[in-house]
Design a protein around this ligand. Structure first.
Ligand code: FPP
Length: 241
Protein backbone atom coordinates (compact mmCIF):
# COMPACT_ATOMS: atom_id res chain seq x y z
CA UNK A 1 0.00 0.00 0.00
CA UNK A 2 1.44 3.40 -0.96
CA UNK A 3 1.62 6.34 1.41
CA UNK A 4 -1.24 8.21 -0.33
CA UNK A 5 -3.58 5.19 0.18
CA UNK A 6 -3.35 6.06 3.86
CA UNK A 7 -4.73 9.56 3.31
CA UNK A 8 -8.47 9.78 2.60
CA UNK A 9 -8.91 11.45 -0.82
CA UNK A 10 -12.47 12.37 0.17
CA UNK A 11 -13.47 13.40 3.69
CA UNK A 12 -17.09 14.13 4.60
CA UNK A 13 -18.17 15.77 7.86
CA UNK A 14 -21.39 15.95 9.88
CA UNK A 15 -20.72 19.13 11.85
CA UNK A 16 -22.83 18.55 14.96
CA UNK A 17 -23.00 20.16 18.39
CA UNK A 18 -23.21 23.90 17.68
CA UNK A 19 -26.40 24.30 19.72
CA UNK A 20 -25.09 22.34 22.71
CA UNK A 21 -21.79 24.22 22.59
CA UNK A 22 -23.72 27.51 22.86
CA UNK A 23 -26.10 26.20 25.53
CA UNK A 24 -23.18 25.05 27.71
CA UNK A 25 -21.92 28.64 27.67
CA UNK A 26 -25.27 30.29 28.26
CA UNK A 27 -25.27 31.63 24.69
CA UNK A 28 -27.94 31.63 21.97
CA UNK A 29 -27.91 28.74 19.50
CA UNK A 30 -27.02 31.08 16.63
CA UNK A 31 -23.83 31.99 18.48
CA UNK A 32 -22.90 28.31 18.29
CA UNK A 33 -23.36 28.35 14.51
CA UNK A 34 -21.29 31.53 14.29
CA UNK A 35 -18.50 29.84 16.30
CA UNK A 36 -18.84 26.82 13.98
CA UNK A 37 -17.76 28.94 11.04
CA UNK A 38 -14.26 29.32 12.58
CA UNK A 39 -13.90 25.53 12.86
CA UNK A 40 -15.10 25.24 9.32
CA UNK A 41 -12.43 27.66 8.09
CA UNK A 42 -9.69 25.73 9.97
CA UNK A 43 -10.75 22.44 8.45
CA UNK A 44 -11.23 23.73 4.89
CA UNK A 45 -7.75 25.25 4.71
CA UNK A 46 -6.17 22.31 6.53
CA UNK A 47 -7.71 20.01 3.91
CA UNK A 48 -6.74 22.31 1.02
CA UNK A 49 -3.09 22.21 2.13
CA UNK A 50 -3.07 18.43 2.53
CA UNK A 51 -1.81 17.01 -0.72
CA UNK A 52 -3.72 13.74 -0.29
CA UNK A 53 -7.19 15.20 0.41
CA UNK A 54 -8.94 16.23 -2.81
CA UNK A 55 -12.60 16.40 -1.76
CA UNK A 56 -14.30 17.71 1.37
CA UNK A 57 -18.07 17.34 1.79
CA UNK A 58 -19.88 19.20 4.57
CA UNK A 59 -23.42 18.67 5.89
CA UNK A 60 -24.48 22.30 6.36
CA UNK A 61 -28.30 22.19 6.27
CA UNK A 62 -30.52 19.13 5.92
CA UNK A 63 -34.03 19.04 4.45
CA UNK A 64 -35.18 18.30 8.04
CA UNK A 65 -33.50 21.46 9.38
CA UNK A 66 -36.37 23.58 7.92
CA UNK A 67 -38.34 22.32 10.95
CA UNK A 68 -36.15 24.36 13.35
CA UNK A 69 -37.43 27.67 14.78
CA UNK A 70 -37.83 30.30 12.04
CA UNK A 71 -35.21 32.66 13.57
CA UNK A 72 -32.59 29.91 13.63
CA UNK A 73 -33.23 28.96 9.99
CA UNK A 74 -33.12 32.61 8.87
CA UNK A 75 -29.95 33.16 10.85
CA UNK A 76 -28.25 30.08 9.33
CA UNK A 77 -29.12 31.25 5.80
CA UNK A 78 -27.85 34.73 6.60
CA UNK A 79 -24.65 33.28 8.06
CA UNK A 80 -24.17 31.22 4.91
CA UNK A 81 -24.51 34.29 2.65
CA UNK A 82 -22.23 36.37 4.88
CA UNK A 83 -19.61 33.61 5.02
CA UNK A 84 -19.63 33.29 1.23
CA UNK A 85 -18.96 37.02 0.83
CA UNK A 86 -16.29 37.10 3.59
CA UNK A 87 -14.49 33.95 2.45
CA UNK A 88 -14.41 34.33 -1.31
CA UNK A 89 -10.91 35.86 -1.55
CA UNK A 90 -9.36 33.28 0.78
CA UNK A 91 -11.03 30.40 -1.06
CA UNK A 92 -9.55 31.70 -4.30
CA UNK A 93 -6.10 32.15 -2.71
CA UNK A 94 -6.19 28.59 -1.34
CA UNK A 95 -7.67 27.30 -4.62
CA UNK A 96 -10.84 25.76 -3.19
CA UNK A 97 -13.59 24.97 -5.67
CA UNK A 98 -17.05 25.19 -4.07
CA UNK A 99 -19.97 23.07 -5.28
CA UNK A 100 -23.37 23.16 -3.60
CA UNK A 101 -25.25 19.88 -3.33
CA UNK A 102 -29.00 19.79 -2.59
CA UNK A 103 -32.37 21.04 -3.77
CA UNK A 104 -32.24 24.73 -4.72
CA UNK A 105 -36.03 24.88 -5.19
CA UNK A 106 -36.60 25.41 -1.47
CA UNK A 107 -33.97 28.16 -1.08
CA UNK A 108 -34.60 31.89 -1.12
CA UNK A 109 -33.50 33.83 -4.25
CA UNK A 110 -30.82 35.60 -2.15
CA UNK A 111 -29.29 32.30 -1.04
CA UNK A 112 -29.36 30.95 -4.61
CA UNK A 113 -27.64 34.14 -5.84
CA UNK A 114 -24.82 33.71 -3.29
CA UNK A 115 -24.43 30.02 -4.12
CA UNK A 116 -24.32 30.74 -7.85
CA UNK A 117 -21.70 33.41 -7.21
CA UNK A 118 -19.34 31.22 -5.18
CA UNK A 119 -19.68 28.31 -7.60
CA UNK A 120 -18.99 30.54 -10.60
CA UNK A 121 -16.03 32.38 -9.03
CA UNK A 122 -14.27 29.24 -7.73
CA UNK A 123 -15.06 26.97 -10.70
CA UNK A 124 -11.42 26.76 -11.88
CA UNK A 125 -9.78 26.22 -8.46
CA UNK A 126 -7.67 23.08 -8.25
CA UNK A 127 -6.41 22.33 -4.68
CA UNK A 128 -9.64 21.01 -3.19
CA UNK A 129 -13.25 20.47 -4.24
CA UNK A 130 -15.58 21.34 -1.38
CA UNK A 131 -19.18 20.14 -1.58
CA UNK A 132 -21.56 22.05 0.70
CA UNK A 133 -24.72 20.02 1.32
CA UNK A 134 -27.56 22.53 1.72
CA UNK A 135 -31.23 21.54 1.71
CA UNK A 136 -29.85 18.03 1.30
CA UNK A 137 -30.90 14.60 2.52
CA UNK A 138 -29.76 11.27 1.14
CA UNK A 139 -33.30 9.91 0.83
CA UNK A 140 -34.45 12.97 -1.17
CA UNK A 141 -31.35 12.62 -3.34
CA UNK A 142 -32.09 8.93 -4.00
CA UNK A 143 -35.79 9.64 -4.61
CA UNK A 144 -34.84 12.30 -7.15
CA UNK A 145 -32.45 9.86 -8.85
CA UNK A 146 -35.19 7.18 -9.01
CA UNK A 147 -37.62 9.67 -10.56
CA UNK A 148 -35.08 10.75 -13.17
CA UNK A 149 -34.36 7.14 -14.12
CA UNK A 150 -38.10 6.33 -14.22
CA UNK A 151 -38.71 9.31 -16.52
CA UNK A 152 -36.01 8.07 -18.90
CA UNK A 153 -37.48 4.55 -18.79
CA UNK A 154 -41.01 5.87 -19.43
CA UNK A 155 -39.68 7.83 -22.42
CA UNK A 156 -38.21 4.59 -23.79
CA UNK A 157 -34.63 5.87 -23.38
CA UNK A 158 -33.60 3.33 -20.72
CA UNK A 159 -34.22 -0.40 -20.27
CA UNK A 160 -34.61 -1.84 -16.73
CA UNK A 161 -31.34 -3.78 -17.23
CA UNK A 162 -29.51 -0.49 -17.83
CA UNK A 163 -30.35 0.60 -14.26
CA UNK A 164 -27.03 -0.32 -12.67
CA UNK A 165 -25.26 1.06 -9.57
CA UNK A 166 -23.25 3.27 -11.95
CA UNK A 167 -26.45 4.58 -13.61
CA UNK A 168 -27.89 5.43 -10.17
CA UNK A 169 -24.65 7.15 -9.05
CA UNK A 170 -24.80 9.21 -12.25
CA UNK A 171 -28.16 10.67 -11.22
CA UNK A 172 -27.00 11.75 -7.75
CA UNK A 173 -25.99 15.35 -6.96
CA UNK A 174 -22.46 14.03 -6.37
CA UNK A 175 -22.12 12.66 -9.90
CA UNK A 176 -18.47 12.32 -10.91
CA UNK A 177 -17.12 12.72 -7.35
CA UNK A 178 -15.52 9.60 -5.78
CA UNK A 179 -17.25 8.18 -2.70
CA UNK A 180 -16.09 9.48 0.69
CA UNK A 181 -13.27 7.42 2.21
CA UNK A 182 -13.88 8.86 5.67
CA UNK A 183 -17.00 10.30 7.32
CA UNK A 184 -16.42 12.30 10.51
CA UNK A 185 -19.23 13.18 12.93
CA UNK A 186 -18.67 15.57 15.81
CA UNK A 187 -20.94 16.18 18.81
CA UNK A 188 -21.13 12.65 20.26
CA UNK A 189 -23.97 11.03 18.26
CA UNK A 190 -23.04 7.93 16.29
CA UNK A 191 -25.38 7.90 13.29
CA UNK A 192 -25.50 9.10 9.69
CA UNK A 193 -28.71 11.19 9.90
CA UNK A 194 -29.67 10.87 6.22
CA UNK A 195 -26.20 11.89 4.96
CA UNK A 196 -24.57 10.27 1.88
CA UNK A 197 -26.36 6.92 2.39
CA UNK A 198 -25.45 5.68 -1.10
CA UNK A 199 -21.98 7.17 -1.35
CA UNK A 200 -21.00 6.12 2.19
CA UNK A 201 -21.48 2.37 1.59
CA UNK A 202 -17.79 1.65 2.25
CA UNK A 203 -16.74 4.80 4.09
CA UNK A 204 -14.80 4.52 7.31
CA UNK A 205 -16.68 6.26 10.14
CA UNK A 206 -15.00 8.34 12.85
CA UNK A 207 -16.94 9.82 15.76
CA UNK A 208 -15.84 12.32 18.36
CA UNK A 209 -17.69 13.78 21.37
CA UNK A 210 -16.13 17.19 20.61
CA UNK A 211 -18.73 19.81 19.66
CA UNK A 212 -18.17 21.27 16.21
CA UNK A 213 -17.10 24.78 17.41
CA UNK A 214 -14.29 23.10 19.43
CA UNK A 215 -13.13 20.91 16.53
CA UNK A 216 -9.61 22.04 15.64
CA UNK A 217 -7.06 21.37 12.92
CA UNK A 218 -5.44 18.91 15.35
CA UNK A 219 -8.75 17.01 15.68
CA UNK A 220 -8.91 16.82 11.88
CA UNK A 221 -5.38 15.40 11.84
CA UNK A 222 -6.40 12.88 14.55
CA UNK A 223 -9.24 11.66 12.31
CA UNK A 224 -6.82 11.28 9.38
CA UNK A 225 -4.40 9.37 11.62
CA UNK A 226 -7.21 7.02 12.72
CA UNK A 227 -8.10 6.45 9.07
CA UNK A 228 -4.48 5.58 8.26
CA UNK A 229 -4.69 2.80 10.85
CA UNK A 230 -7.87 1.26 9.42
CA UNK A 231 -7.85 -1.80 7.21
CA UNK A 232 -10.34 -1.52 4.33
CA UNK A 233 -11.45 -4.71 2.60
CA UNK A 234 -14.47 -3.53 0.57
CA UNK A 235 -16.31 -6.80 1.26
CA UNK A 236 -13.41 -9.01 0.16
CA UNK A 237 -11.08 -11.21 2.18
CA UNK A 238 -7.52 -10.22 2.90
CA UNK A 239 -5.76 -12.38 0.25
CA UNK A 240 -7.83 -10.80 -2.53
CA UNK A 241 -6.68 -7.23 -1.87
C1 FPP B 1 -25.38 21.17 13.75
O1 FPP B 1 -25.37 21.64 15.06
C2 FPP B 1 -24.98 22.21 12.80
C3 FPP B 1 -25.78 22.73 11.83
C4 FPP B 1 -27.18 22.33 11.61
C5 FPP B 1 -25.30 23.79 10.94
C6 FPP B 1 -23.88 23.70 10.47
C7 FPP B 1 -23.45 25.07 10.18
C8 FPP B 1 -22.25 25.60 10.47
C9 FPP B 1 -21.13 24.85 11.02
C10 FPP B 1 -21.98 27.03 10.23
C11 FPP B 1 -22.53 27.63 9.01
C12 FPP B 1 -22.00 27.05 7.77
C13 FPP B 1 -21.58 27.75 6.70
C14 FPP B 1 -21.18 27.04 5.45
C15 FPP B 1 -21.49 29.22 6.75
P1 FPP B 1 -26.73 21.59 15.88
O2 FPP B 1 -27.38 22.92 15.79
O3 FPP B 1 -27.58 20.46 15.41
O4 FPP B 1 -26.19 21.32 17.31
P2 FPP B 1 -26.93 20.55 18.50
O5 FPP B 1 -27.05 19.10 18.07
O6 FPP B 1 -25.99 20.72 19.64
O7 FPP B 1 -28.24 21.22 18.71
Amino acid sequence: MSKTDKIPAHVAIIMDGNGRWAQARGLERHEGHQAGVSSLRNVIYRAARNEGVHYLTLYVFSTENWGRPREEVDMLMELLCRSIVNELDELLREQVKVVVVGDREGMSPTVVEHIDLIERETADCTNLTMQLCINYSARSELTRAARRLAAKAAAGELSPEAITPEAIADELYTRGVPDPDLIIRTGGEQRLSNFLLWQGAYSELWFTPTYWPDFSGDDFDAALAAFAGRHRRFGKVEEQE
